[in-house]
Design a protein around this ligand. Sequence first.
Ligand SMILES: C[S@@+](CC[C@H](N)C(=O)[O-])C[C@H]1O[C@@H](n2cnc3c(N)ncnc32)[C@H](O)[C@@H]1O
Length: 288
Amino acid sequence: MATIQTILSRYRPEIDDIDLELIIANELKKTREFVLAHPEFCISQLKIKDLELKISRRKHDEPLAYILNHKEFYGLDFKVTANTLIPRPETELLVEKTIEILTTAKNSALSIFDVGTGSGNIIISIAKKLESKKINYFGIDISKEALEVAKYNARKHNQKKIKFIQSNLLNSFLENTKNFLPNHEHIILANLPYLSNKIYSASLPNVKNFEPKLALYSSMAGLSHYKKLLEQIKELSKRCKIRFAILEFSPEQKKELAILIKKNLPLSEIQFQKDLFDKWRICVIIPT
Ligand SMILES: C[S@@+](CC[C@H](N)C(=O)[O-])C[C@H]1O[C@@H](n2cnc3c(N)ncnc32)[C@H](O)[C@@H]1O
C-alpha cells in the first residue's frame, strides 16, 4: 500500500505534474481534483503496479491521450487508441466552420461525408450540435480499427444515425451511385493525412513513434490524398450537387492546394482560413 502523496512525491521529478495527477486519477477512476484533495488516500498494490507501468509509458514519450485512452475535442470526450490519430485543437476550426455555415443557411436535404474520420471526432461533434436538423451522416475511413473506435464514440454520444463505412477515400461511394441522392446537397469534410516526408520525418517522438503513420503521412509533399479526393469531388459534382467541401491542410501547402482545387474545380470559390495558432489550416471550397 502507498498513498497518493507517496506516488506524487516519488514520480514528480520524472514526469509533468499534471500528467502524473491525471494518470493517478484515471487509474483510481476519480477526478484530478480528488487526487489533489486527498493525498492520504491509500492505493492498492495492484493499482500501484498499473500506475508504474503508465508512468513509465509517459516517461518514454507515449502521448497522455493513449495512456488514458481518451481525448477532449470540441467539448466532448472521445475514446482514442493507437489506431486513431489524437484529435487536435486546430481541427475544431473545421467543425466550427461547418456548423456556422449550416446554422445560418436555408434548410435543405443534406448528406455530410467525413473522409478520414479516425475516432469520429469531427462528424460526431457536428451531428451532436445539429441534432435537430435532418441530415444524413457518413464517417469514412480506410482503417477498420479506427472505424471500430468511431462507432464506439458515436454510441457514447448517442449519435446513432451516423453510418461508418470502410472505404479508400470516396471509392465505395462512387461505385454505388445510389449513395448520392439527387435531391440532396452533399458536403465533403476531410482531415486526411497531409504531412510531407520531410515534416513527418522531423516530427517529435511522441507523434512519430506512437501515432499511426497511415493517419499522418501522404506522398507528393503531403498532398497525394487531397489530389485524389479533389479528382473524386470533380467526378461527383457531375452526378450530384456539392454544397461545399472543407479540407484541413498544413500551412505551407496553401499555394499548391489552391492549384489542385482550381485544376479540378475551376469555377469554385475558395476561402482559406487560419487556425487559433494563426496558421493557414482549412479551405472552404464552394463549387459553382
Ligand atoms: C489526420 S487523420 C484524421 C482523423 C480525425 N478525422 C481527426 O480529425 O482527428 C486521417 C485519417 O484518415 C484515414 N485515412 C488514411 N488514408 C485514407 C484513405 N485512403 N481513405 C480513407 N481514409 C484514410 C486514417 O486512417 C486516419 O484515420
